[in-house]
Design a protein. Sequence first.
Length: 270
Amino acid sequence: MHLILQGKRDQSVVKVDQPVYAIGDVHGRADLLRPLLDAVADDSGDQSPIVIFLGDIIDRGPDSKEALELVDEAFDRFPGSLLVLGNHDEYLLLALEGLLTETDAAIWLEGNGGRATVQSYLPGNNPTVQQFAEFVHEYYDHHHSLLKQAVGKVVIGSHCFVHAGVRPGIPLDTQNSSDLRWIREEFLDHKDQFEKTIVHGHTPTETDLPEIYPNRIAVDTGAYATGRLTAAVFEKDIAPRFICVTERSAGTVDIEHLSAEQAIPLLPTV
């Protein structure tokens, strides 16, 4: 297999022989991401897995700072791993680079869960976006570097990994970055095949489980609201399977292993 990186970095190609684990939207649920990464390590055994984070590591949930720390650590733990930039991650990146307008800052902080991200870095404080950015640069500048290195999409074999989706009718190599991070209905409602099977997050599944369709695989199981975080597993010549970490009472979690058959939505019969 060959891996093609496209997005904020220049395109590059490397050979990939390891299993690939694609993790859906985390949204500050470091408490779920930590056991999921441990489950990936256990599941892969003596192989060296590549982890692809499908974006939206931050916002809404209680610990975005720690979630980004875990992603950063995963790059050392699982060499060759990648972060796909999500629309929420992009808000933080723009804030750290001083490019977030006042209007967009208000939308991020009050409408898209950004206030929870700020609080995870500076609990009990109410800094301006500029003050927050200065704090992150001083103490967590590796998070800025992590976001700057994020990619727009990853192509491995017959699969394309993105955050939100792709615009139908547009070649993969000319997709608009805004669509990769924001598109919904035009992508979700498309029934025909794409160039590759699209593996995506961004839109939580209706079943709260991973869902397989003829042209796409949906991995966002709504971790912030449902307490379930999912990784899709891709191995050569084997149908995709899934690992789900599900929150239980008293801070405990269950690790579930699902086959492709268990992830297929129940479709109406004709």
